[in-house]
Design a protein around this ligand. Sequence first.
Ligand code: TPP
Ligand code: MG
Length: 331
Amino acid sequence: MSRVKKYDKQFLLDSLREMLTMRRFEEKAGQMYGLKKIGGFCHLYNGQEAVASGSIRALDLSKDYVLTSYRDHAHAIGCGIEPKKIMAELYGKITGVSRGKGGSMHMFDPEKHMLGGNGIVGAQIPLATGTAFAQAYWHKLGKTKDLGVTLCYFGDGAIHQGAFHESLNLARIWDLPVIYLVENNRFGMGTAVKRVSAVEDFNLKASGYDIEGRILNGMDFLDMYEGITEIIKESRENGKAFLVDVKTYRYKGHSMSDPAKYRTKEELESFKNQDPIHTLMAEMIEAKMLTEDEYKKMDDEVKQLIKDAVDFADKSEEPPLHTMYEDIYAD
Ligand SMILES: Cc1ncc(C[n+]2csc(CCOP(=O)(O)OP(=O)(O)O)c2C)c(N)n1
Ligand SMILES: [Mg+2]
């Protein structure tokens, strides 16, 4: 039986639309960067959509939290932040989600339980550990009915930071409900994982801290959703930490200035042939849950949403100079 048939049709349509929104957002961000509407650092997520969408959709954002790296536009979309506020942030406008002061790497909206992108490789790992500590503590004090979990994303390049190892140790000693998710896209900037790491399957690192490690296929929405759903359930029920190695791939260079000459065309093509959006769309069409015309209409609507986001960002104001020293410390 087709995999999609056991799912609610609306859930699948919403998931497909969300991944399309992430993809079209990134394509437009790349274009606007080329037109110099966006400056500074900018890292695109094309190809990795099933990772953010398939995992954030398994969370309960009334009690769970998300933290990630600088490649954070899609995670912000997944947490329900409006694309226009993300685009305005890229433009450095006051209407941006971080009031135009964070830029591409610092999407942050505590109301949506998105506790930030981070420019420093691995910085989110101890922050997520602290967030999970708070969740465990609140639960112990009886302030929350169910335990909230924290989902912490980082790249394969962050594994070698000391903070990763210290955090995993603390997460086990204190039994924290935190899921460390490695977006293993095979490269840290232009350096292939195998050139800097003795192991390529990072789930293996979990055993050194007596936590459980798993591998998931990040090129497939349903594999991601099902795998993470199981992990979240165990983490919530038992207050356990997990380390998940998610195999994925980015279609674009590391950042806007990277022509990505360190990989072959064949490698790129082999991953484009496993495109997560195409896979879900094709399976839904095959199962008669979607027609080609409906897909085209969805895509047109998504493109319009992103175009509106660009218009919103274009028309918004820059933050006034006097706000320069605001939003630095918490009140
Ligand atoms: C502490 C620190 N060292 C170096 C950098 C420069 N830097 C930015 S991204 C990056 C590579 C990270 O690769 P990875 O963690 O695999 O994430 P990906 O870009 O593949 O999503 C490096 C070294 C940084 N931002 N922070
Ligand atoms: Mg990487």
